[in-house]
Every structure is written in structure tokens, then in C-alpha cells.
Design a binder for this molecule. Structure first.
Ligand SMILES: [Zn+2]
Length: 114
């Protein structure tokens, strides 16, 4: 349950199929099974369903968390880039201290510096 891998779809479908089969046996009007056997069958079916679906939802939740973390970091990078763009720089053409890519004084394009 603690893996970050996506659960295999085939395995999940097999578990769901087994779960549905047990649930079907539990609710089908078959005189071979008494109420106790039906109850057990439904419980086993539900257990199969949980076994199939819980790792999948766990994986989806972890994936969502990773995506949100990436989005947050991208936002931080955008803010850092904006800050770098707005920091004062010295114009190599007229020597004035200015902001942004274009000198406010002589209108020259200032080359990106690191
Ligand atoms: Zn300038």
C-alpha cells in the first residue's frame, strides 16, 4: 500500500471481478446457499473490492499531492524569475542603474546576466 507505483489495471480488474462474483453469489437467489453463506460471500466480495480499489485511490491521492507540490515549486520559480527581472542592474551602454531588460534611460536592451 505504500508504493508510489500505479496499481496494475489488470490486477485491479481481476480483484473487482472476483469481488463482484462473491457479491453476486451473496445476493443471487440460489437455494444452495443459506443466509449465513450469503453474508460471508458478500463480505468476501466487499473485501475484494476494497483490496482492488484502496491502492488505486491511494495512488491517485499521492499523485495529486505530487502534482500540487510541482505546481507550488513552479509558482516559486516564476516568482524568483520575476524578482530577478526586477532587480536593479547596471546598463552596460550608459552606465545607469535600471530595472528590467530595457534601460530606462537610454532604451538599450540589457543582456541577461547571471
Ligand atoms: Zn542605458
Amino acid at each position: 500500500m505504500s508504493t508510489n507505483k500505479k496499481p496494475k489495471t489488470g490486477v485491479m480488474i481481476a480483484k473487482i471481478a472476483a469481488g463482484l462474483l462473491f457479491i453476486y453469489v451473496g445476493i443471487a437467489p440460489d437455494p444452495e446457499f443459506d443466509a449465513g453463506a450469503r453474508g460471508v460471500s458478500i463480505i468476501i466480495g466487499l473485501a475484494f473490492m476494497a483490496w482492488a480499489l484502496l491502492p488505486y485511490f491511494g495512488w491517485k491521492k499521492r499523485r495529486q499531492e505530487v502534482l500540487e507540490e510541482i505546481e507550488k515549486q513552479e509558482q516559486e520559480i516564476r516568482e524568483m524569475k520575476a524578482e530577478l527581472r526586477n532587480r536593479p542592474r547596471k546598463c552596460p551602454f550608459c552606465g545607469a542603474t535600471t530595472k528590467g531588460n530595457v534601460c530606462e534611460y537610454c532604451g538599450s536592451l540589457i543582456p541577461e546576466t547571471k
